[in-house]
Design a protein around this ligand. Structure first.
Ligand code: ADP
Length: 259
């Protein structure tokens, strides 16, 4: 618990710091990009200059993308939790992933239709699962299987070191058959800015953002990994107050009183 607290505080401190830097940096990038666009017109007839400007503009684009991620991280968006039906969410996510992940990755979705709704920000939750799925993809450069499932999860007693109160939860599991992580990487994977990906490819913010979101939502994020075999991420979220269902999932029940 001590470690968790230290982690949250560090996350918050890093958040404040990055927010300021990302903002200023973004302003500088705007100036650079504006001037490069001017140069682009001037360099129109010189292939070498043109090529250089194009490369520079592309780099500015990547920089802007990174600052956007940093700002999103620093802002730690205020959450608007709502009742989310896991089956609906995973169905939609599965469709999206099948379109985006390519043919070498087999996507498997497994969720009982009657699973109760969780209480979490729907947009952030989808973003978190997507984040984990994209990490899984990155871990399977030569293809593999990505399984996403949801199950009821009960916490029966609060033992020592227990993080969540007794109660009912839903556990989302994102498992891949990828490269896995050695223990030293696994130990640092949730740290902001920790990445093993080549520069430009990873910001190292994905898992720390997912971690922050899950904590803020009253849940828990757990990682298991075996080098050479794959990784499993478990995202545990509290249930929505009973009776709360997202409007889209309300079913009209023909009853004596009609509707
Ligand atoms: P990024 O993806 O930008 O590197 P993350 O915070 O999402 O940042 O992940 C941090 C690191 O954790 C990754 O660079 C990678 O080394 C490791 N990691 C995360 N997910 C997986 C996975 N599914 N399989 C193997 N390694 C992973």
């Amino acid at each position: 618990a001590q470690e968790q607290l230290a982690h949250s505080q560090r996350l918050e401190a890093v958040g404040h710091l990055t927010g300021g830097i990302a903002h200023d940096f973004n302003n500088l990038l705007t100036i650079v990009s504006g001037n490069l666009q001017l140069l682009e017109d001037l360099a129109e007839r010189d292939p070498v200059a043109n090529d250089a400007v194009t490369r520079a503009l592309r780099a500015v684009g990547r920089g802007a993308e990174l600052t956007r991620k940093l700002l999103a991280f620093a802002r730690r968006q205020r959450l608007s939790p709502d009742a989310v039906a896991p089956a609906d969410l995973l169905l939609e996510l599965g469709r999206m992933l099948e379109r985006t992940l390519g043919e070498t990755i087999q996507v498997q979705i497994d969720c009982p239709a009657e699973l109760p709704a969780v209480f979490a920000d729907p947009v952030q939750l989808e973003g978190a699962l997507l984040n984990l799925a994209l990490n899984a993809r990155d871990a399977m450069p030569r293809g593999g299987r990505l399984s996403i499932s949801a199950r009821q999860h009960r916490i029966e007693e609060t033992g020592e070191g227990a993080e969540l109160p007794v109660g009912r939860y839903v556990r989302f599991t994102i498992a891949d058959t990828g490269v896995g992580m050695p223990p030293d990487v696994l130990a640092r994977a949730f740290e902001p800015f920790f990445t093993t990906k080549e520069s430009g490819k990873g910001s190292g913010l994905g898992l720390s953002m997912v971690y922050g979101f899950v904590k803020q939502s009253g849940g828990q994020l757990l990682a298991q990994s075996q080098l050479g075999y794959g990784t499993q991420m478990n995202l545990i979220l509290p249930l929505a107050p009973s009776g709360a269902v997202r409007p889209e999932t309300v079913q009209t029940m023909p009853g004596p009183r009609g509707n």
